[in-house]
Write a protein that binds this ligand. Structure first.
Ligand code: ADP
Ligand code: ASP
Ligand code: MG
Length: 404
């Protein structure tokens, strides 16, 4: 029997009526002769609300306890969904990440899945039940509850689809698919019918939160074709799959952005071997993900080194720098109000001049570029946070993404 994995985001299960609607869809799919697994997020803004309460109590809550707290949001959703399915006369069972056999490492609040024991899910499916798995969580080797980072239910869904060798994995969300830019910022953004894993990886890495980055890495690694679609309209969505020759390779497929970058600059750092290793080693020890790095030209034996981190990692980054800057006798400054705008497209590989057009577009809009980074299919610029929306709209227009 075909195995189908669905994932429903927070808006899709935002209230009990929406949960009942999801229940109807899952029963219909099971009755049509499929084995059905659904991964569900916490209702609406539950995760934000739980985080707010935690930070009301403690400015730096212990990560282990945060995970215990945050994992409850998804458990509420699966239990309610199971009840809704029972009401419709179908059989269902709700499972926490631990019960579903999802094993992770010990990195609380951003754990990685290390393996999935599918035995329990397999038994439940065989007994005719729809299996409902609480998203974004698993169990560490210490038998503690872990969570996978914001947006992690996408990763749960793709990982389950891979482990169960599912026939399809549909990610139901509050937009019709993957767009040429965040449709909430660019009203004329266009839905893409398909996008390659490679492009989607770059898009997710540069802020298109419609899919969590790790879920796309997983999908590519295990060859899971994904469909991102709306849980409200029933329209076909966007396929995320291996790049094929006949795929339309737009020079620029999408403009993405993040509004939560912070830039840290270490001033007058001694320019000798081992310094970068010391700085970035200290950041790695605090589990800080560093994004862009720039080292300036050396003058009189010293240089400035700048790098960016996401806002949520700023405290940890400062912690690391406080330790080593004292030891090295250097100071640092922080620019908190930064953002990043990027263009992504597989066709860029064989098309020169794309970066220049991006810089010219930003310049014409009066936007100053503070840092630049590129890959073969992406160009990113760090700019002031307040200029992000203008930058995204200008680039979307300049590269004619609305009509192409
Ligand atoms: P869910 O709760 O279903 O996981 P998310 O909020 O995580 O949903 O992701 C969907 C949101 O992603 C959309 O509402 C949209 O604002 C945002 N988004 C950002 N960039 C894009 C893009 N390029 N295409 C589609 N949605 C995007
Ligand atoms: N509830 C978690 C979050 O809001 C996980 C998810 O929705 O994917 O980030
Ligand atoms: Mg999400």
């Amino acid at each position: 029997m075909p195995v189908i994995v669905h994932k429903y985001g927070g808006t899709s299960v935002g209230d009990t009526d929406r949960i009942k609607k999801v229940a109807r869809r899952l029963c219909d799919i099971q009755r049509a002769g499929n084995e059905v697994v659904a991964v569900v997020s916490a209702m609406g803004h539950t995760t934000d609300e739980l985080l707010r309460m935690a930070h009301d109590i403690s400015p730096e809550p212990p990560d282990r306890e945060l995970d215990m707290l945050l994992s409850t949001g998804e458990r509420i959703s699966v239990a309610l969904l199971a009840m809704a399915i029972h009401e419709l006369g179908c059989k269902a069972v709700s499972l926490s990440g631990t019960q579903a056999g999802i094993r992770t490492n010990t990195m609380h609040t951003k754990a990685r899945i290390t393996g999935i024991d599918t035995r329990r899910m397999g038994e439940e499916l065989k007994s005719g039940k729809i299996v409902l798995v609480a998203g974004f969580q698993g169990m560490s080797p210490d038998e503690d509850v872990t969570t996978l980072g914001r947006g992690g239910s996408d990763t749960t869904a793709v990982a389950l689809a891979a482990a169960l060798e599912a026939d399809r994995c549909d990610i139901y969300t509050d937009v019709d698919g993957v767009y040429t830019a965040d449709p909430n910022i660019v009203p004329g953004a266009r839905k893409l019918d398909e996008v390659s894993y490679e492009e989607m990886l770059e898009m997710a890495a540069t802020g298109a939160e419609v899919l969590m980055l790790r879920s796309v890495e997983y999908a590519q690694k295990y060859g899971v074709p994904l469909q991102v679609r709306s849980s409200f309209t029933g329209q076909p969505g966007t396929w995320v799959r291996e790049e094929k020759d006949e795929m339309e390779k737009a020079v620029v497929s999408a403009v993405t952005h993040t509004g939560d970058e912070s830039k840290l600059t270490l001033l007058r750092v001694p320019d000798r071997p081992g310094i970068a290793a010391t700085i970035f080693g200290a950041l790695a020890e605090e589990n800080v993900n560093v994004d862009m790095i720039i080292q300036n030209v050396s003058e009189q034996g010293t240089t400035d080194i700048s790098f960016t981190v996401s806002q949520s990692e700023l405290a940890a980054a400062k912690h690391a720098l406080d330790k080593i800057s004292a030891e090295m006798g250097v100071s640092y400054i922080v620019g908190e109000q930064m953002g990043k705008v990027s263009i992504v497209g597989a066709g860029m590989r064989s098309y020169p001049g794309v970066a220049a057009k991006m810089f010219k577009t930003l310049a014409d809009a009066g936007i100053n570029i503070e840092m630049i980074s590129t890959s073969s299919i992406k160009v990113s610029c760090v700019i002031e946070r307040g200029q992000i929306e203008k930058a995204v709209r200008s680039l979307h227009e300049a590269f004619r993404l609305e009509s192409s």
